[in-house]
Design a protein around this ligand. Structure first.
Ligand SMILES: [Zn+2]
Length: 320
């Protein structure tokens, strides 16, 4: 999975503005889901029509069978009974998108987000220029009054929208800058980064070693990014990375300390041993971070002596 796939899925979901059936996602999109974390939620879609689970070609009407079951009436395949996976859907957490776009553009938090209706929001002011987010570029082009509502003296307006199929050059005249969601922003470390024009801070490199790849972990498991930890990506020692990698490989299934440590090729008796913080390092974020991550991610069944990491299960389900 690449960050590019994750961001492309965010953009597609925002552009659609409706829940999407899991069955209708591409394998690359399914693979990108775990990295998106809280940005994407499970949901129940409109159950009157689903993608036929047999042919995956037709959207067909759903009938209840009178016994709490449902049947898809596909014009090609005939009646097909539905199982819960057929109707599982995801949606973008659009509050997340708007919040993270504000952060990416350093929009001050004291002015809130205004919903201007029909898929247009005023995100706030970035360096005294109002920023609009719209689901559809055409909507803003067709209703210039929207821009007049937010215009301020001496500040350009920035308009963020998904990129339409066909656009050439700048769709707006002077005083309005258009930022294509797909091109000027990217998914980064659980949030959104702005890809500035020259002279502005560059976006994080695509080869950033901290980038979450396996759930919250980087490709080599030496970094973990957790939204509730305020000090950025957490750097792990080789031993800590080996423990997390081992737990990840068990896909959320509980294992004994011995099994975990054997898989990690470590001599310590228990996983927690390599996360202990020395007395002189107490209170230092770089030392406390790994233990904090361990407590946030690893579930210990004390009595049975079993260890598991639930986020690895969620991820293997999404990839199945
Ligand atoms: Zn069918």
């Amino acid at each position: 999975m690449s960050t590019h796939d994750a961001w492309a899925l965010v953009c597609r979901l925002f552009s659609l503005g409706t829940p999407v059936l899991r069955a209708a996602l591409s394998p690359r999109e399914i693979a990108a889901l775990p990295a998106l974390g809280q940005a994407v939620k499970s949901t129940v879609p409109d159950l009157r029509f689903v993608l036929c689970p047999y042919c995956h070609q037709q959207r067909a009407q759903v009938w209840g069978d009178g016994q709490r079951g449902h049947t898809c009436h596909c014009p090609e395949c005939g009646p097909v009974p539905l199982v819960p996976q057929d109707t599982a859907a995801i949606r973008l957490d659009e509050d997340w998108l708007r919040r993270k776009l504000r952060l990416a553009l350093s929009i001050e938090s004291r002015d809130g987000i205004d919903d201007l209706g029909d898929g247009v929001w005023r995100l706030g002011d970035a360096r005294r220029s109002p920023v609009l987010l719209a689901r559809d570029l055409m909507r803003v082009l067709q209703e210039p009054a929207l821009l007049d509502r937010v215009r301020v003296a001496g500040g350009d307006i920035r308009v963020i929208t998904p990129k339409p199929r066909k656009t050439r050059g700048a769709p707006f005249g002077a005083g309005v800058e258009w930022l294509a969601l797909e091109e000027r922003f990217t998914f980064y470390g659980g949030g959104i980064a702005f890809i500035g024009a020259t002279g502005e801070p560059p976006a994080p490199q695509a080869g950033d070693p901290t980038m979450p790849v396996h759930g919250p972990f980087s490709a080599d498991f030496k970094w973990v990014t957790l939204p509730d930890w305020p000090h950025g990506p957490i750097r792990l020692t080789n031993a800590q990375a080996a423990v997390f990698k081992a737990l990840w490989s068990f896909k959320g299934e509980p294992r004994t300390a011995e099994q975990v440590m054997q898989r990690a090729r470590l001599d310590s008796a228990k996983p927690i041993d390599v996360f202990k913080v020395k007395a002189r390092d107490r209170g230092k974020p770089q030392a406390e971070g790994p233990r904090w991550a361990y407590r946030a991610l690893v579930v210990t069944q004390q009595r049975a002596g079993l260890y598991s990491m639930p986020c690895a299960a969620a991820s293997s389900l999404a990839a199945a």
